[in-house]
Design a protein around this ligand. Structure first.
Ligand code: MV4
Length: 505
């Protein structure tokens, strides 16, 4: 095992990696921007190196400065986390060229999966099902039309260099093809510097199900089952779970084998994820491979009992995976809610400010992977994801109840967050039945957010809560309360919970 590892990231994932290092007896070196000088990931690490000013381009994206920091501190390996430089082939190469170990897949595998058309070609060769479509750039609208007739409308135009939904256009009929192709090419050129666009049959109303894979340097490649990630908005996932209500053990085995085959074809090692669309008839199609540890990795950790970040370090240091595929089967149910500093009631507008008060949930089956604490300043420099709340329980129903309970325990004061949105989701009938698809959230946002209390009710509830807190402090109990009723607040209101907690603190 390494003696010292540099963690090239910030926030919750940097802290997660520092924790894995410490559990393995490895020293962790943090890097940070001027805005993060007092961040938890810096404090919990054994050493820390300042990279530069707050903007990512001057700090967390400075590959040269990060490698210099690793060499200066005597780190032997670099863990990139997710985002930032984690999927940049040049950075993986530069780390290797500096004589350091890259804790991730080979740079060649990152490159192979970076191009969507190259990834499709690899998957097809490996026998992994892909969405019907082409693997080469379209010449013009006539060629696109010819292909679209073959698969039938609607079709989806996609950027070859893309991913994450940029440069995508749904086309419903021949007459829209030319203008959509132009628009997709322009968007692809702007986003990726490459205007190559190809065509796929458009799959209507599917789920997003992804398979975690883990491969060592001794020829073992395993899958760790699926994650259901359909609850997303504008390609930002909000809730993930493992397993998926739509995946039987038999389907899991087939999707897992397909993911392992694609990963092997790319010469993959370490942790990675194959994204699939799963349609209503149970057909699945490979979309792309994410060549990094993902935000939602904890749900897989909880149902498999396998610490993915620890295994990333172990694999990178040359260890052999001690499991076989038959050892791995999901136990119970895990759900993750992304706690973002966005205001769902306000079009998910990013919210900024100082965290003035933070009360974290705990108790049976609750895990908090966070990067904030009381006093943290939330700015617009970085991703709005502050933390992840993850629960594990024997059944899905119990996991939903547990998440609801944990969300009620959570108080974040000072910035708007997605916490209440998640409470409404845990109460939602469709979600509870598992009747969801990638379009579900965007189609139901209004109805979910329609339950917002108006401003006056909130003010009256706050006043009632303050009075109740005062009464509690002086020895009176808060029970079913006429005050709450007067303020139009249900007795199970969050205000009452907060008031009680404050009063009794
Ligand atoms: C699709 C699709 C439907 N049909 N491909 C979105 C980003 C990129 N990963 C691929 N994406 C999609 N590809 C075909 N042929 C629908 C999506 C898609 C999507 C996929 C996964 C998760 C969320 C999504 C949201 C909108 C569209």
């Amino acid at each position: 095992m390494f003696g010292k590892v540099l963690v090239a990231n910030r926030g919750e994932i940097a802290l997660r990696i520092v924790r894995a290092c410490h559990e393995l007896g490895v020293k962790a070196v943090a890097v940070y921007s001027e805005a993060d000088a007092r961040a938890p990931h810096v404090r919990e690490a054994d050493e820390a190196v300042l990279l530069g000013p707050a903007p990512s381009s001057e700090s967390y994206l400075r590959g040269d400065a990060i490698i210099a920091a690793a060499l200066a501190t005597g780190a032997e390996a670099v863990h990139p986390g997710y985002g930032f430089l984690s999927e940049r082939e040049w950075f993986a190469c530069a780390v290797r060229d500096a004589g350091l170990v890259w804790i991730g897949p080979p740079a060649e595998a990152i490159a192979a999966m970076g191009s969507k058309t190259a990834a499709r070609t690899l998957a097809i060769a490996a026998g992994t099902p892909v969405v019907p479509g082409t693997t080469t750039a379209l010449r013009d609208a006539d060629e696109a039309a010819e292909i679209a007739e073959r698969f039938g409308y609607p079709v989806l135009l996609k950027a070859a260099a893309g991913g994450g939904g940029k440069g995508m256009r749904v086309v419903h009929q021949r007459s829209e093809l030319a203008s959509s192709l132009q628009a997709a090419q322009r968007e692809a050129k702007n986003a990726f510097g490459d205007d190559a666009v190809y065509v796929e049959k458009y799959i209507v109303g599917p789920r997003h199900v992804e398979i975690q894979v883990l491969g060592d340097h001794h020829g073992t490649m395993l899958h760790l089952g699926e994650r259901e990630c359909s609850i997303q908005r504008r390609h930002q996932k909000m809730i993930e779970e493992a397993p998926s209500v739509a995946v039987t053990p038999e389907l899991r085995a087939r999707m897992g084998a397909a993911a392992v085959a694609a990963a092997r074809a790319a010469g993959y090692t370490n942790a990675g994820t194959c994204e699939f669309l799963l349609d209503a008839s149970g057909e699945f199609y490979f979309l792309e491979m994410n060549t990094r540890i993902q935000v939602e990795h904890p749900v897989t950790e909880l149902v498999t009992g396998i610490d993915l970040v620890q295994w990333q370090l172990r694999i990178a240091s040359g260890e052999k995976l001690p499991f076989v595929q038959d050892d791995i089967a999901p136990l119970g149910w895990a759900i993750e809610c992304r706690i973002t500093s966005e205001d769902p009631a306000n079009g998910f507008l990013p919210s900024t400010g100082r965290v003035r008060y933070l009360h974290l949930p705990s108790g049976p089956g609750v895990r908090w992977d966070g990067g904030i604490e009381t006093g943290s300043e939330i700015t617009l420099f970085y991703d709005p994801m502050l933390a992840k709340l993850i629960v594990h329980a024997p059944t899905r129903e119990q996991a939903i109840a547990r998440m609801h309970r944990a969300l009620l325990e959570l108080t974040i004061d000072g910035v708007d967050t997605a916490r209440d949105f998640h409470l409404r989701m845990m109460e939602n009938d469709d979600f509870r039945r598992g009747a969801i698809s990638i379009q579900w959230l965007e189609q139901h946002l209004d109805e979910l957010l329609g339950q917002q209390p108006d401003r006056d009710s909130v003010v009256r509830a706050a006043i009632a809560a303050a009075l109740l807190a005062d009464r509690d402090r002086t020895g009176h109990r808060v029970g079913a309360s006429p005050l709450a009723a007067a303020a139009e607040v249900p007795d199970e209101s969050t205000w009452l919970r907060v008031a009680r907690r404050e009063a009794l603190r």
